[in-house]
Design a protein around this ligand. Sequence first.
Ligand SMILES: Cc1cc2nc3c(=O)[nH]c(=O)nc-3n(C[C@H](O)[C@H](O)[C@H](O)COP(=O)(O)OP(=O)(O)OC[C@H]3O[C@@H](n4cnc5c(N)ncnc54)[C@H](O)[C@@H]3O)c2cc1C
Ligand code: SF4
Length: 324
Amino acid sequence: MRPFGYERAATADEALALHEDGAVYLGGGTNLVDLMRLGVATPSRLVDVARLPHDRVELEVDGGLVIGAAVTNSDLAADRSVREGHPVLAEAVLAGASGQIRNLATVGGNLLQRTRCSYFQDAAKPCNKRDPGSGCPAREGEHHNLAILGQSEACVATHPSDMAVALAALDASVRVRGRSGERVVPLEDFYRLPDGAPDRDTTLEPGELVTAVEVPPLGMPSRYRKVRERASFAFALVSVAAALEVGNGVVTGVRLALGGVAHRPWRARRAEDALRGAAATEESFLRAAEAELEAAEPLRDNAYKVPLARNLIVRTLMELGEGT
Ligand SMILES: Cc1cc2nc3c(=O)[nH]c(=O)nc-3n(C[C@H](O)[C@H](O)[C@H](O)COP(=O)(O)OP(=O)(O)OC[C@H]3O[C@@H](n4cnc5c(N)ncnc54)[C@H](O)[C@@H]3O)c2cc1C
Ligand code: SF4
């Protein structure tokens, strides 16, 4: 048994004040409490932020969204403005976990959930992410579901969130409060590649609180597709969040992000560049997917993710193209 304190914050200011050294914020607890049971997370104090008044999805006049960090995953997926204006986000959330977990899990906690790498979750094993400098046994060991893009010698883990992949495609930003004020961080700058410091998943500073996610209007059809080992309760082997706009047979707008392939949601900029202005055909979609995946550096047992990602990108874009 490891003793720890528990405090429930009523406001963001109170949460910041309660966050002492060794404390962590508690959302729905569906990831953090598991990690505490495993001895991977050992906080001195939990600061419960699940009941802060950041519990609404607000629709802006331009069609953008401001999603409070305490909104549950279930409420987010059920929200009418999300389903109508940003269906890729609702689909991504519904592709994750189970109904019971989504009822508890919050937006802030979903963004900040930790990797499912089995060595990270086993406190008896070395792992650079959990214990910097101890090594990365996954590189030579069990890595069939780990990264093919952007990994480093120090870490080959993937980010597990489906929601974050959709938010990456949507050009979302994260609203963050710290003791020195508020800042808004584009999602691409919020998550990190592992480089030499895989213990840091994000660019959050110690004690900073996520209060909301800002999502600009989308205005084109969108879709989330996920391949996993079981039909539910399974993290992505590969997933694709895509939005596509076609005019006169030519791609006029496109957003593409991949999940299950990297330490952070992977915005597929090379594929997007290859697609803009190209004919909306299977051949163009395939060329774009190949342009993105040229940078892949698969490990011994996860090379299957390269053709899987290629085929999923092409299929998702074909489905979107057929609908326009
Ligand atoms: C069996 C199972 C299957 C799952 N399958 C999937 C899946 O397929 N796809 C998927 O995406 N997810 C999946 N999940 C993960 C699930 O989505 C996450 O556990 C959940 O979203 C975490 O949200 P939470 O509010 O419970 O976070 P918590 O567990 O409370 O917290 C997670 C982390 O976020 C931090 N945190 C929480 N709120 C804030 C805040 N406002 N500001 C700063 N830090 C904060 C905490 O300190 C902690 O580090 C699964 C989980 C389980 C148990
Ligand atoms: S891949 Fe990352 S999380 Fe997994 S063992 Fe290596 S350092 Fe740890």
